[in-house]
Design a protein around this ligand. Structure first.
Ligand SMILES: NC(=O)c1ccc[n+]([C@@H]2O[C@H](COP(=O)([O-])OP(=O)(O)OC[C@H]3O[C@@H](n4cnc5c(N)ncnc54)[C@H](OP(=O)(O)O)[C@@H]3O)[C@@H](O)[C@H]2O)c1
Length: 251
């Protein structure tokens, strides 16, 4: 049993790596911080390959696939990602595009590459780490980030429908957490959470348990499940006002 995890050097991805290793999976750990990946490798008891690469560069994604395609991977977890907080008008376009390269294009490249192999052998699982942002109508002060996660969630659902129609045993899931206590906020440039964040290990465990059952949409935490349910009954404009006040509260 083998899993490839992107963004394994910290936060949710790191916890997923530890949990999968505890379950007996060998791992391919991917992120830019080689030192952190090597530290993690020391901590875990199953076999582990470290690949330090920047997945916001298309070529690196293709190279990652080439390097690992013969490893007989059972699980691909597209977790690497980040957000940019602030008014859309103010963030440099270059930064937006780099985030799109990582949050969207790397997921597209790796999902397509591994999915075709998984379909051929009629086994394998893909877990895309989206966000509650991916299920809402759009996010003031996080506009581009929400849009990237909407892409990830929409892509996942579409592929799920296709796999079902061809009766494939391959599964694809997306996890859509609200705030999780990781390095995400600091990198996004925010200092506070709008609500109490979930523990990263809890989110990772929940995601893996549901992914292994082939669940499509995974929402950890009762509060977020309830919020998602009631958001369907709120008008778009009111919802955008509510989301704006949440995001402003993080400054
Ligand atoms: N924390 C939250 O509140 C929250 C909520 C919903 C969804 N999410 C999603 O959860 C995922 C994991 O984030 P996290 O919360 O665990 O934050 P995190 O601790 O900052 O982890 C992000 C991971 O992505 C890797 N990464 C960043 N840029 C990369 C690049 N260019 N190439 C390769 N790897 C890269 C980072 O490693 P290096 O820096 O070493 O490259 C790190 O391992 C993200 O997709 C995020 O959008 C987070």
């Amino acid at each position: 049993m083998k899993a490839l995890i992107t963004g394994a050097s910290s936060g949710i991805g790191r916890d997923m790596a530890i949990i999968l290793s505890e379950m007996g999976y060998d791992l391919i750990l991917v992120a830019r911080s080689e030192d952190k990946l090597n530290e993690l490798k020391e901590e875990i008891s199953t076999n582990c390959i470290v690949i330090a690469t920047d997945l916001s560069v298309d070529k690196n994604c293709f190279d990652l696939y080439k390097k690992t395609k013969d490893e007989n991977i059972d699980i691909l977890i597209n977790n690497a990602g980040y957000g940019i907080h602030g008014y859309f008008k103010d963030s440099p376009l270059e930064n937006d595009l780099n985030m799109i390269d990582l949050n969207v294009k790397s997921v597209q490249i790796l999902t397509k590459s591994f999915l075709n192999d998984f379909i051929k052998k009629d086994s394998g699982r893909i877990l895309n780490v989206s966000s509650s942002a991916g299920l809402t109508i759009g996010g003031p002060l996080f506009a581009s980030y929400y849009a990237t996660k909407a892409y990830v969630s929409s892509l996942t659902r579409g592929i799920y429908g296709e796999l079902k129609s061809i009766k494939s045993k391959v599964t694809i899931s997306h996890i859509c957490p609200g705030p999780v206590d990781t390095g995400f906020n600091k990198k996004a440039g925010i200092s506070k959470f709008s609500s109490k964040p979930l523990d990263s290990r809890y989110v990772a465990e929940y995601a893996i348990k549901k992914m292994l059952k082939g669940k499509l949409t995974i929402i950890p935490g009762a509060k977020m499940k309830i919020a998602m349910f009631f958001s369907k009954f709120i008008s778009e404009k009111l919802m955008l006002d509510i989301l704006m006040s949440f995001q402003k509260g993080k400054e």
